[in-house]
Design a protein around this ligand. Structure first.
Ligand SMILES: [Ca+2]
Ligand SMILES: [Ca+2]
Length: 224
């Protein structure tokens, strides 16, 4: 082989080696760029102004539904006069803003007029807001409490007896018309001297003139 051919062969090897080195450098640069970019996406979230967010920027919040509801409601003119406020209470709830129906339940209040209700177990999850409540005791006219703010917390309490408010008694007829009239008087007269729960307005365990007097006092009154 001549010197010229040997020189050409060595030069060809050098060019090939340079090409391989250049290719390797480019290949490594691409790999590094991909890894660096991936890390930026995964570990460096930024806000709208481009600042990388830190752990203190992350906030997690969740609304706690107001499932636990405690109410206090007191029927009028009980005997004894205090701590004798138990009744079977029907409660209807509406949204104050558009009057849409939210839900209803019936509960037995205790002698203090109190009842604890799991609202969510009744099939509806109320959101914080203003609500209208319609309450009706077992022997009572319906009473409206409008625009009450509630369900703001996990547990909520409304005292419907605040300010001395009471449920008016005497609505005892099986025909519920939400007014005290002759139907209720007739029902009470038929129940005289019995221990009928519905006609024993003052809950002293007997139906007598005291209960009828209460009904006569409320005669012609109409519920909300
Ligand atoms: Ca009536
Ligand atoms: Ca009585």
């Amino acid at each position: 082989m001549s010197h010229i051919k040997k020189f050409a062969k060595i030069e060809k090897k050098h060019i090939s080696m340079k090409f391989k080195i250049a290719f390797l450098v480019i290949y490594l640069a691409i790999i590094f760029a991909v890894i660096f970019t991936s890390q930026q996406i995964i570990f460096s979230p930024k806000n709208e102004s481009g600042r990388v967010l830190s752990a203190t920027d992350v906030q997690v919040s969740a609304r706690v539904a107001g499932c636990n509801f405690t109410l206090i409601a007191k029927p009028e003119k009980r005997m004894p006069r205090t701590d004798n406020w138990s009744t079977i209470l029907k409660v209807d709830i509406y949204n104050n803003s558009d009057q849409s129906f939210v839900g209803t339940f019936t509960t037995l209040t205790d002698n203090f007029g109190t009842s604890n209700v799991d609202i969510c177990s009744l099939g509806f999850t109320p959101a914080p807001g203003n609500y209208d409540f319609l309450l009706r005791g077992y022997s009572h006219l319906e009473k409206a409490f409008l625009g009450l703010s509630t369900f703001n917390y996990a547990s909520n309490t409304i005292d419907f007896s605040s300010g001395g408010q009471v449920l008016l008694a005497g609505e005892t007829s099986n025909i519920y018309d939400n007014k005290i009239n002759s139907l209720d008087i007739s029902t009470q007269i038929r129940s005289m001297y019995s221990d009928d729960y519905k006609n024993d307005l003052n809950q002293d365990s007997k139906v007598n003139s005291l209960d009828i007097s209460n009904t006569i006092y409320n005669f012609y009154m109409v519920g909300d």
